[in-house]
Write a protein that binds this ligand. Structure first.
Ligand code: FNR
Length: 361
């Protein structure tokens, strides 16, 4: 392998070398047998292209608008927890990289820098990801702070009534640091004498009774648009529209929750068809190449997020690494567009890809 990583997979290999095993396993792992973890990546690889030729691709336009915010490409940063375990500058470095790339970062509820610190450190367009705890006042507190500090949307994660079973964390006795957004509200340093403290902590605090009507409650306490993250079926996509969300993220939480859910790219079209253009549909899970981004757009997503790759970049080179990860994907997307005859994002159509099902027909 070259000294400088040339793709996202090489960043992962380098991250494995620099991170303590407990943290690398935490970032990389999925739930149980990790079927979905593998599938998130491999399902992209089973989609092939139907490229068009002799199209003027001397200029490629990548910029797009997500919930009213114009960004340099449809590649954004997913909310992932505890960036300080990867690099001492934590989420501030990630947000600074997002600003440098002119893209959107979603700050995790479970961050190791507070939402105020991140807001003060850079002018990236930031969304705030929310978990709802049994103590509802905590969510209200965080939503109001996010609003005051210039976050532009609330990303409500809906696939986490309890934490998925991540066996590496159980074996490693994974420790949870104090989560910065909760300082003064709740101690997160739950000590479990056996297994993953994260699991013990989450199962103690997460509100497993959260349901669709609570989106109404959330809407009543904020003016920010609400996007639900973790939709995989047409039924839930339709419910999300009914309760008035402003966006949907097709996600299986990076395969860390329910194992044997389909890859997100396999679930995307079902959701897109149900939504019928009423709100933007976004996707995360397994995006590792510009070709993956193109495939998601061809199947109806308006944009994608990367989770682990940003953390690997952060672990290897701090903010500069996160920036390189986003730039690599952007460059790969641009090349893919040129080679498939799409000078702009709106030229990317359903007919540019062939899914596995179509190939087998
Ligand atoms: C996550 N994810 C996540 N999601 C969320 O809504 N809140 C969170 O705090 C976290 N934390 C988190 C930590 C780590 C280490 C990972 C890997 C993932 C899920 C995340 O937002 C996203 O859905 C996936 O990471 C996307 O898949 P890829 O890009 O990692 O394959």
């Amino acid at each position: 392998m070259a000294a400088e990583p040339v793709n996202l997979n090489e960043f992962q290999i380098m991250a494995k070398k620099v991170l303590p095993k407990m943290y690398y396993d935490f970032y990389t792992g999925g739930a149980e047998d990790q079927y979905t973890l593998k599938e998130n990546v491999e399902a992209f690889q089973r989609i092939t292209f139907r490229p068009r030729v002799l199209v003027d691709v001397s200029r490629i336009e990548l910029s797009t608008t997500i919930l009213g915010h114009t960004i340099s490409s449809p590649i954004m940063i997913a909310p992932t927890s505890m960036h300080k375990l990867a690099h001492p500058e934590g989420e501030i470095a990630t947000a600074t990289a997002a600003a440098a790339c002119n893209t959107i970062m979603v700050l995790s509820f479970s961050a190791t820098c507070s939402l105020e610190e991140v807001a003060a450190s850079c002018n990236a367009v930031r969304f705030f990801q929310l978990y709802v705890y049994k103590r509802r006042s905590i969510a209200a507190n965080l939503v109001q702070r996010a609003e005051r500090n210039g976050y532009k949307a609330i990303i409500l994660t809906v696939d986490c009534p309890r934490l998925g079973r991540r066996e590496a964390d159980i074996k490693n006795n994974m420790i949870v640091p104090q989560l910065k957004n909760l300082e003064g509200l709740l101690s997160t340093q739950v000590v479990s004498d056996k297994g993953s403290s994260l699991e013990a902590y989450a199962n103690e605090t997460f509100d497993a009774s959260l349901c669709w009507k609570d989106v109404g409650w959330l809407k009543s306490i904020t003016k920010l648009p609400i996007v639900v993250k973790g939709i995989l079926t047409r039924e839930d996509a339709m419910k999300a529209i009914e309760v008035g969300v402003e966006g949907i993220i097709v996600s299986n939480h990076g395969a860390r929750q329910l194992d044997f859910t389909p890859a997100t790219i396999s679930a995307l079209e079902e959701v897109v068809d149900a939504v019928k253009g009423k709100v933007p549909v976004l996707l995360d899970g397994g995006v590792r190449r510009g070709t993956d981004v193109f495939k998601a757009l061809a199947l109806g997503a308006q944009g994608v997020f990367v989770g682990r790759p940003a953390i690997y970049g952060l672990a290897v080179k701090g903010g500069q690494g996160v920036r390189q990860v986003i730039e690599m994907l952007k460059n790969e997307l641009e090349l893919t567009m040129a080679l498939s005859g799409c000078p702009s994002l709106k030229d990317i159509s359903r007919s540019h890809v062939r899914t596995e099902r179509e190939r087998l027909q």
